[in-house]
Design a protein around this ligand. Structure first.
Ligand code: ES4
Ligand code: ZN
Length: 389
């Protein structure tokens, strides 16, 4: 089995998320960074303490499983420290006096209570550089989590409605994704996700603009408030995306009923279901999903934090695996839900005793269920086989 020093990994993580966010790139310690902040205006400084874990002696720890992350909202990777740093850089006054007060808001009762904070915090994203910095921070952390391929959702409408242009948000994210393989060893694809609580006309208009600007998107997704906004509302949007040769995914069966999963398959012709956990209420649907090898991008920590399940111990993932469903583990909005994909795996193992065998199986599922090229999938499956897990 391969090992990396635990102290080193933690040290890198802490550098990323605390003191050194906006350090200049010329100093000696800069060389140890997994990435560089390309443009630093020299003003924003963070006050967070370096976590105690970095003081730990270096001990061995297995390398994380190489996985594909297929369910990730880039705006959900905005860590509290970065929210404050970007607010300062952009002269935005936050409605929280400090990190502690912001963190105190991370107690959610349902999807909507999370979405309210998620959209509010996006106010700090103003420039292309902001979107680039957020994306680079995610990739740096994801690399430590074992992510080798990521399909990243962006919510363009959430930025357009704040007066931030499509070019600003798309180019900011895409500029970093373009070099992600070289910089972080992570191949990436961008997915434009549409907000289902807005109209289909709005979504169609934005999709046409994305196509007109030749935005580097691999597919479209459907997210935001699920209940009351069924898949049928977006039939024309998904038909247009199919016509344009784009991949299609949709959140379904997170809070919504199993019928939303069926409609996403039949009406939207999606290739993957995001979440899908409520399929377990409909045995006939489970049978269909198994037969079709339909990928379900499950997000265990998200489901607990948004109270879709009461506790991790009661999460349907083991039953989904036992049913033969094509499930994989994802982080959804890791800055909000208590962890990245490695944290999700770690808690599944420690809290519900998920076996190494099942973890490896889900890592393989994630790679096979991705929209990566067959060549890239083969490369990642070989890496998984050689990983010692
Ligand atoms: C989301 Cl967890 C979740 N569900 C639906 N829409 C979302 N957007 C960001 N995170
Ligand atoms: Zn999601």
């Amino acid at each position: 089995m391969n090992y990396i020093p635990i102290g080193r990994a933690r040290q890198i993580g802490s550098m990323l998320f605390t003191l050194h966010w906006f350090d200049s790139i010329g100093d000696a310690s800069g060389r140890a960074y997994p990435y560089r902040m390309e443009t630093y205006d020299g003003e924003a400084q963070l006050t967070a303490e370096e976590p105690e874990e970095s003081e730990e002696p270096e001990a061995g720890e297995p390398l994380p499983l190489p996985v594909a992350e297929l369910h990730l909202h880039i705006e959900g990777t905005l860590e509290p420290e970065l929210i404050f740093a970007l607010a300062e850089r952009n002269g935005i006054e936050l409605p929280y006096k400090d990190l502690e007060e912001l963190r105190s808001r991370y107690e959610f009762t349902d999807l909507q209570s999370f979405l309210d904070l998620y959209y509010a915090n996006m106010a700090v994203l103003q420039t292309e550089q902001d979107f680039a910095d957020m994306t680079r921070a995610y990739l740096a952390r994801a690399a430590l989590a074992g992510v080798r391929h990521a399909e990243i959702m962006l919510d363009p409408q959430a930025h357009l409605s704040r007066g931030v242009s499509l070019e600003t948000c798309v180019n900011g994210v895409a500029s970093v994704l373009a070099g992600s393989r070289e910089e972080f060893g992570i191949s990436t694809l961008l997915i434009a996700a549409f907000l289902r609580d807005l109209t289909e006309e709005s979504a169609l208009e934005v999709l046409e603009q994305l196509l007109a600007m030749d935005a580097p998107i691999a597919g479209i997704g459907l997210d935001s408030a699920e209940v009351g906004n069924p898949p049928a509302k977006f039939e024309r949007l998904f038909a247009r995306a199919k016509d344009a040769g784009l991949h299609r995914i949709a959140h379904a069966g997170e809070e919504g009923p199993p019928s939303y999963i069926i409609d996403a398959l039949d009406i939207l012709e999606v290739e993957r279901i995001d979440h899908g956990i409520r399929c377990m209420e409909d045995p006939e649907l489970v049978e269909r999903l198994v037969d079709e090898l339909m990928p379900l991008t499950v997000c265990p920590l998200s489901n607990v934090r948004l109270r879709a399940v009461d506790t991790l111990a009661e999460h349907p993932l083991p039953a989904m695996l036992a049913a033969g469903l094509n499930v994989c583990v994802n982080s959804d909005d890791p800055a909000y839900f208590g962890g990245y994909v490695d944290d999700n795996f770690a808690q599944l193992q420690s809290v519900i005793g998920l076996s190494e065998f099942d973890c490896v199986r889900m890592a393989a599922n994630s790679i096979r269920s991705s929209f990566a090229s067959e060549e890239r999938k083969a490369e990642l499956l070989a890496e998984l086989a050689a990983s010692g897990h």
